[in-house]
Design a protein around this ligand. Structure first.
Ligand SMILES: CCCCCCCCCCCCC[C@H](O)CC(=O)SCCNC(=O)CCNC(=O)[C@H](O)C(C)(C)COP(=O)(O)OP(=O)(O)OC[C@H]1O[C@@H](n2cnc3c(N)ncnc32)[C@H](O)[C@@H]1OP(=O)(O)O
Ligand SMILES: NC(=O)c1ccc[n+]([C@@H]2O[C@H](COP(=O)([O-])OP(=O)(O)OC[C@H]3O[C@@H](n4cnc5c(N)ncnc54)[C@H](O)[C@@H]3O)[C@@H](O)[C@H]2O)c1
Length: 309
């Protein structure tokens, strides 16, 4: 229970780091979130290196960025399609790709991670990068649910480590949660806050507490929707319609789950259940586990709670 009741008071450690103007960014993970963040960073004049595990994945990431830029350009340059095409090419020139994070880390002001929601994998990544990146480089995680303090513990730069939690789809969602751990320096926090503003986002300041602000409220809501459905008290279609038309949400909880990715949902819930085993809300869901086991991960695989082909 301590996981959900503890309170961390924010105190900034004294730090050798100065406030950094973030220009060169390495983003690790070219999935939904990493590609979206890369797009927005490149669109706002940052130099971006996008890293993932294979050239094939990176090709897909860049294709996704191009597709999203086309939607942005269609609106932004409605009257001037050739200016729209120029904008797309200019943004894409700011993005390079790599399969080894070591390639870009030495010249990065910020290394931002958006890989799988697994503590050990994130710790291994940052532990390795800590030895490669210069002293001034800030590290940040886009984790949905893991404590930033735990991820940062694999490095020797806990004062230069924070959370930057973006929302999906990144080009459309204005919010960024900027998370300071008790060890994050004021300079690092300011750099991350200013970077979020430079991306055209609206940052809010968060403590390193479970779910930060949005997911602390969103996860119980989503889990209640799942439990309601599992008890047979509402079809997923009716629950989605009800929350869209009755609460004004743009997507119902099952549509949103498919959009986020059911594998990510499961990682979040399994992690919280481990930390708070007595909370029935976080107990394993047979339905969610079955869909993930069948590889039905939502929109990205063509099927989740709903079918998309
Ligand atoms: C029930 C199971 C429970 C399991 C329990 C597990 C619990 C865990 C839950 C926690 C999950 C946390 C995840 C994460 O940490 C935090 C999040 O990110 S939460 C997700 C937040 N996002 C949302 O809530 C999105 C809600 N949806 C919307 O806002 C909209 O639907 C939309 C995505 C913007 C799309 O809009 P629509 O009107 O529906 O559709 P359109 O396609 O017409 O789009 C409108 C408009 O937007 C443009 N657009 C859309 N996407 C993009 C894009 N990627 N790039 C560029 N442009 C885009 C599109 O072109 C349209 O433009 P227009 O035509 O209007 O000019
Ligand atoms: N999906 C969402 O709506 C959402 C929103 C906010 C935050 N997040 C968080 O962002 C992170 C990424 O989520 P996503 O939805 O983009 O996932 P995703 O599955 O779409 O993409 C993850 C990418 O990371 C790559 N990857 C995995 N391990 C790697 C490693 N060691 N090195 C390099 N690349 C690696 C994978 O190949 C994949 O392309 C997670 O921590 C998630 O909790 C997700």
């Amino acid at each position: 229970m301590a996981f959900f009741t503890h309170h961390i008071s924010r105190s900034f450690s004294s730090s050798a780091a100065r406030s950094v103007v973030i220009k060169n960014v390495t983003i690790i993970g070219g999935g939904q979130m990493g590609a979206g963040i890369a797009q927005v960073a490149a669109s706002t004049g940052h130099t971006v290196t996008l890293v993932d595990m294979s050239e094939d994945i990176l090709k897909k990431s860049v294709k996704g960025i191009e597709g999203s830029l086309k939607r942005v350009a269609k609106k932004k340059f409605a009257e001037k399609p050739e200016a729209g095409e120029e904008f797309i090419q200019k943004v894409l020139q700011n993005v390079s790709t790599a399969t080894d994070p070591a390639a870009a880390a030495p010249t990065s002001d910020l290394v931002l991670e958006a890989i799988v929601e697994n503590l050990k994998v994130k710790q291994d990544l940052f532990g390795r990068l800590d030895k490669l990146a210069p002293a001034h480089t800030i590290f940040a995680s886009n984790t949905s649910s893991l404590p930033i303090t735990d991820i940062a513990s694999s490095t020797s730069r806990q004062d230069r480590f924070g959370g930057l939690h973006f929302f999906n789809p990144v080009p459309m969602m204005k919010l960024v949660e900027v998370i300071a751990t008790p060890a994050t320096s004021q300079e690092t926090f300011d750099s991350l806050l200013n970077f979020s503003k430079a991306l055209g986002k609206a940052p809010v300041s968060c403590k390193d507490t479970p779910g930060f602000i949005v997911n602390r409220l969103l996860v119980p809501y989503m889990m209640e929707a799942l439990r309601l459905h599992e008890r047979g008290h509402g079809s997923k279609e009716d629950i989605d319609v009800a929350m869209k038309l009755g609460a004004g949400y743009p997507m119902g909880p099952f549509e949103l789950s498919d959009y986020v990715g059911l594998d990510t949902m499961k990682f979040i819930i399994d992690g919280w259940s481990e930390k708070d085993p007595d909370n029935p809300l976080f107990a394993p869901s047979e339905l969610l586990n079955k869909l993930v086991a069948e590889g039905k991960l939502g929109k990205k695989t063509g099927e989740g709670f709903y079918k998309y082909k």
